[in-house]
Ligand binder design. Structure first.
Ligand SMILES: Nc1ncnc2c1ncn2[C@@H]1O[C@H](COP(=O)(O)OP(=O)(O)O)[C@@H](O)[C@H]1O
Ligand SMILES: [Mg+2]
Length: 319
């Protein structure tokens, strides 16, 4: 029952948790494009591989899967998720299960406009969004939206090039300097993160962990506290099943006056997952059971409220 983590990067905790859960069951192997990716050194074994855009990349990964008798594989970076989904059959042919969502859902996660359209068409509360600034100005004139708004690249990540904008002049200026921007209504509320596991075998939502974000830093949750709300669990379960996500996902949500607005989905382990694991939501175990052919029992909200997470820096020294 060996497991492969692709693009391990700086996600040392994820590698450590897999090792802890897979202890006595199999090896945990990690890859990175660089010898200086610290997380690979926490795995039982590692491979340095080309970057995902290199021709032949996927064949190299398939060879590792064959050689190391890998049962399950996942990636920790967004651009690789679609690639794995696209090649799911090839992995199956070498006996490896891809822990991830469909190609369409991985692509939708990269495109904030596509995500917005899906949410709107399926009647979920979400931030109204525009690609066309003239359409946005019409909505302002019609008093359908007010400043401030968020302007950001529709395929952006890690909070790069995101601006909170208070007037038309600044919207014009940003659009003049950068292509592929979108405008989004300001969700003025409490930011929430959800770590969710959807059973690969049964398709059921089996685990949900939710936390209120207390402080953000460089596009990541820096401090957070666990909480529970049945209304939110019900919404997450409905949304996830309707969209058809599989395996591990991370959802960004806003709460405004008791209503939940869905913002973004990352169909992978999010940067804040250690909070869920350390609070008792061991999703590595759920993956292990799935790989053994066992569906997991539904166990939503299996943690206590009021557990705080505070991030701090670590270093790895190699001689
Ligand atoms: N429409 C919005 N309303 C309120 N806050 C926002 C909005 N858009 C972005 N933000 C803030 O910026 C952060 C990053 O934006 P997000 O859309 O999640 O992009 P990324 O893909 O870079 O994570 C969010 O976590 C939130 O703090
Ligand atoms: Mg985000």
């Amino acid at each position: 029952m060996n497991f492969l983590i692709l693009a391990a990067g700086t996600r040392n905790k994820i590698v450590q948790y897999f090792k802890r859960t897979f202890e006595g069951e199999g090896k945990v192997i990690a890859t990175d494009a660089s010898e200086l990716g610290p997380a690979i050194y926490d795995a039982d074994k590692y491979y340095i591989v080309p970057s995902i855009n290199e021709p032949g990349y996927i064949d190299i990964i398939l060879d590792i899967c064959k050689k190391e008798k890998i049962s399950g594989v996942l990636s920790l970076i967004d651009p690789e998720l679609s690639l794995l989904a696209e090649n799911e059959e090839k992995f199956k042919a070498v006996g490896t299960t891809v822990i991830g969502s469909s190609y369409e859902l991985c692509e939708m996660a990269l495109d904030k406009m596509q995500m917005y359209k899906w949410l709107k068409d399926h009647n979920y509360l979400c931030a109204r969004s525009w690609m066309d600034k003239e359409e946005f100005y019409k909505a302002v004139d019609a008093r359908e939206v007010t400043y401030p708004v968020f302007v950001k690249p529709y395929r952006g990540s890690a909070s790069i090039s995101i601006s909170k904008v208070y007037d038309k002049e600044t919207v014009d200026l940003l659009f003049a300097h950068e292509d592929d921007l979108m405008i989004q209504e300001f969700l003025n509320g409490q930011e929430i993160g959800a770590d969710v596991y959807i059973d690969i075998l049964s398709g059921e939502v089996v685990s949900i962990f939710t936390k209120k974000k207390i402080k953000m830093r460089a596009g990541e949750t820096d401090k957070a506290v666990s909480f529970k709300d049945d209304k939110l669990f019900t919404l997450i379960e409905k949304f996830v099943l309707e969209a058809g996500y599989k395996g591990q996902i991370d959802i960004d949500i806003f709460e405004i006056n008791g209503e939940y607005y869905i913002s973004e989905v990352n169909p992978r382990f999010g940067g804040g997952y250690p909070h869920a694991y350390e609070s008792g939501c061991d999703h590595m175990k759920l993956i292990l059971e799935n790989l053994k052919g066992n569906a997991n029992m539904k166990n939503i909200g299996a943690y206590v409220e009021g557990i705080y997470m505070m991030k701090y820096n670590e270093v790895k020294i190699m001689k």
